[in-house]
Structure formats: structure tokens, C-alpha cells
Design a protein around this ligand. Structure first.
Ligand code: NAP
Length: 238
């Protein structure tokens, strides 16, 4: 039997991109999947794209009290994945401070609130999603680098604090998801083309590439305190 089959899995950020691909794959493998995010409309359109039986919950990880209430009201989750965050990007001297603080609150503190509140049994797991910038900063990404590094560090610490619950982080490189929809389409295509040329694998990532890694760390009972890089070789590329 597949390790994830029959298990209760919550994907926060499951209405789009990496989270949606994780939910789809987990459901295909027989897990009892719930997706959570802020927008009811996004959740409904994701559900239409997922197998029958997948549930949805409206939840904003910025709202600490709502996160606590949600986990109190629900049964234990075998596996929790945090892929939901809103992360405005920009150079330290350009990005308005409120946007910078929102990015940190959403991606770091959101995951922190979930880690505090989630009820996960001894055999279960918590998986966070960081990003390649934690270790390979680019010009004008100091904030994102710091957030992702903090998240990976949090994951390692939680692997000890929450043990025997396993806690891991998956760190994607450039993945083609709706995250980039706000970009000018021509600029986005140019970015994808540059990455395709630069990366050893010769392509940008898909949400499914990352979903496979998330489900690997969720279901492998000997994986904890680790960061799995899924970046097409972005860390070693020139
Ligand atoms: N795509 C990449 O190239 C890439 C690279 C490195 C790291 N990452 C990281 O991977 C994670 C997932 O990114 P993605 O590419 O899958 O993005 P995406 O397609 O934009 O999906 C983001 C998801 O997060 C949810 N979300 C946003 N803010 C939330 C909040 N406050 N509470 C609950 N849910 C929230 C969104 O739904 P609602 O709008 O309904 O809330 C959506 O489901 C992010 O942490 C991102 O930084 C992505």
C-alpha cells in the first residue's frame, strides 16, 4: 500500500500552483485531502479540477486566531503542508515597508502559526515550502532570501521540538505557477527563457516536480529536519 493512502492530508495553499499539484497527486495516491486558502472562489475552481472527495476550507494563515480555531475544530492531520503565502518582492530600498512586512508575516509567521496550532499524531509530518533564494540570493532578493532561510531554519528546529512528528522543508527553484501571473507576460517569458538556458536540466520547474518532493518527505518515515532542493540544478548553475 502506498504510504500516503488513506491518510488525512491538509495542503495550505492548495488552491494554486505547488499546493494544488500536491493535493492532486496525494488524492490520486489515495489520501484524504483538504485544501485551504483565503479565497472561496479560488478554492471552488481548484476543487473543480481535483478528484471527488477532496474538501476545501477557507483559511488565512495571517489570522493566528482563525488558524488556531481551524485546527481545534478539526481532527488530527496525518500530514500538513504549508505552501500558501503572499510574498511581495523587491529590493530592500524600493519595496514599501508594509509590503516587506506582509511578506515576512505571510510566509514565515503564517507557517509558524500553523506549526503552533496543528494537531499531528506521532507518525505524522509537517512540510514547509521555502525557496532557492535562501541559499542562492539574486540582486534585489535580500528579503525573500531571509524569509526562506528563516523558514528552513525553523523547519530544522521544529524537527527536534515536535519529534517524533517529522518536519521538513522543500525548496523550489523557478517553477511555472500562477505566482508569476502578476508579471508582465513578456518579462515572464524572458525570465523562463533565461532559466531554461541557465539550468542544467534545460527547463523551468513544474508544480508537479515540487509536489513529488513534498509527498516524498511527507511519507518517508526516516526523513526529518532536512531541506530538499528541487531547483533544476539552480544551486550549482553558473
Ligand atoms: N513558483 C515559484 O517559482 C516558487 C519558487 C520558490 C518558492 N516558491 C514558494 O512556493 C510557495 C507556493 O508558491 P506557488 O508558486 O504555488 O504560488 P501560487 O500559485 O501563487 O499559490 C499560492 C497559494 O497560497 C495561497 N495563499 C496566499 N496567501 C495565503 C494566506 N495568507 N493564507 C492561506 N493561503 C494563502 C493562495 O490562495 P489564496 O489566494 O486563495 O489565499 C494560493 O493557493 C510559496 O511560498 C512561494 O514563495 C515558489
Amino acid at each position: 500500500m502506498n504510504a500516503i493512502a488513506g491518510q488525512r492530508l491538509l495542503v495550505i495553499g492548495g488552491s494554486s500552483g505547488i499546493g494544488l499539484a500536491t493535493a492532486r497527486r496525494a488524492a490520486a495516491e489515495g489520501a484524504q485531502v483538504t485544501i485551504a486558502s483565503r479565497s472561496g472562489e479560488r478554492l471552488r475552481s481548484a476543487l473543480a479540477d481535483l478528484p471527488e472527495g477532496v474538501r476545501a476550507a477557507q483559511l488565512d494563515v495571517l489570522d493566528e486566531a482563525a488558524v488556531e480555531r481551524y485546527f481545534d475544530d478539526e481532527a488530527e492531520w496525518d500530514h500538513v503542508v504549508v505552501s500558501g503565502a503572499e510574498t511581495p518582492m523587491g529590493a530592500v530600498r524600493v519595496l514599501p515597508l508594509d509590503a516587506a512586512e506582509l511578506a515576512m508575516r505571510s510566509k514565515f509567521w503564517g507557517a509558524y502559526f500553523v506549526a503552533r496550532a496543528a494537531k499531528i499524531p506521532r507518525h505524522g509530518s509537517l512540510t514547509l515550502v521555502s525557496g532557492i533564494l535562501s541559499t542562492r540570493p539574486r540582486p534585489a532578493t535580500g528579503l525573500q532570501s531571509a524569509i526562506n532561510a528563516a523558514l528552513e531554519s525553523l523547519g530544522r528546529g521544529l524537527a527536534l521540538e515536535l519529534a517524533p512528528v517529522r518536519v521538513n522543508t522543500v525548496s523550489p527553484g523557478i517553477i511555472a505557477t500562477p505566482l508569476w501571473d502578476a508579471m508582465d507576460p513578456a518579462e515572464r517569458e524572458a525570465m523562463y527563457a533565461r532559466q531554461t538556458h541557465r539550468l542544467p536540466v534545460g527547463r523551468v520547474g513544474t508544480p508537479e516536480d515540487v509536489a513529488a518532493a513534498i509527498l516524498f518527505v511527507s511519507s518517508n518515515g526516516f526523513a526529518t529536519g532536512t531541506t530538499v532542493h528541487v531547483d533544476g540544478g539552480g544551486l550549482v548553475a553558473v
